[in-house]
Design a protein around this ligand. Structure first.
Ligand SMILES: CC(C)(COP(=O)(O)OP(=O)(O)OC[C@H]1O[C@@H](n2cnc3c(N)ncnc32)[C@H](O)[C@@H]1OP(=O)(O)O)[C@@H](O)C(=O)NCCC(=O)NCCS
Length: 197
């Protein structure tokens, strides 16, 4: 298990507050379990269904452990944390198959802060990490009526295709761009101005 990659943390001013609400975007860690459970319980039932494809009522201890105890050489999850309250308001995660050929993404943003660019930013950080870690392909399953996520996937360049025998689900596929830099993601100098300034 690799060390916690603290150098991947960044400050990000969320545009939903005049002057921006300071958020910290960083890899998840085991100590986030309680905050992650509280975040889950602030999601609307509809958003829970869109994320988990089921009316999940509670995150089991096993799910919480799986979501917060990561092997950072293999998987990643970036969370958005309010700096004032330490509340988690968003997460984008990537889980790799054993043969590391494919990484599957999942993303959810707290219902009351959707539509302000956080989902896009978390996914961009996740894809940056994936490409820098040599993940050849990122995929995700999206409910066919989930317009915001379908649009976000298109926005990021994913190819959307129907899955045979599953009319209600769309598969999103994005291959590693040839141009993707194989830079060490631990170098912070390349990060967008939101951080460098
Ligand atoms: C999908 C989701 C993560 C988007 O996060 P968000 O922070 O609201 O999205 P952003 O503000 O970053 O928007 C980025 C892009 O997503 C798309 N998008 C976001 N909200 C949208 C909406 N209500 N309708 C249509 N497109 C939308 C747009 O393409 C948008 O780009 P634009 O603002 O330039 O038009 C969020 O709606 C969510 O958490 N949904 C519930 C859980 C879920 O569906 N997870 C995905 C499971 S596969």
């Amino acid at each position: 298990m690799s060390a916690y990659p603290a150098e991947l943390a960044e400050d990000w001013d969320a545009p939903w507050d005049a002057g921006g609400e300071p958020l910290e975007i960083r890899p998840i860690r085991p100590e986030d379990a309680a905050a992650h459970d509280a975040f889950f319980h602030r999601l609307s039932p509809e958003d829970v269904r869109l994320r988990f494809f089921a009316a999940v009522r509670d995150l089991s201890p096993a799910m919480l452990a799986r979501f917060t105890r990561l092997d950072y050489d293999r998987d990643m999850a970036f969370i958005a944390v309010r700096k004032r309250t330490r509340e988690t308001v968003g997460v984008a995660r990537l889980v790799r198959e054993d043969d590391r050929s494919v990484g599957e993404f999942a993303v959810v943003v707290q219902t009351d802060v959707k539509g302000h660019g956080l989902g896009l930013h978390l996914m961009q950080r996740l894809l940056d990490w994936a490409w820098a870690h040599g993940v050849p392909r990122v995929v995700g399953e999206i409910l066919a009526w989930n317009t915001p996520m379908l649009d976000l996937a298109r926005h990021l360049g994913f190819h959307l295709r129907h899955i045979a025998g599953e009319p209600g689900v769309v598969e999103a596929v994005l291959d590693r761009p040839e141009t993707a830099p194989t830079r060490d993601p631990r170098s912070v100098s390349d990060l967008p101005s939101a951080v460098a300034a």
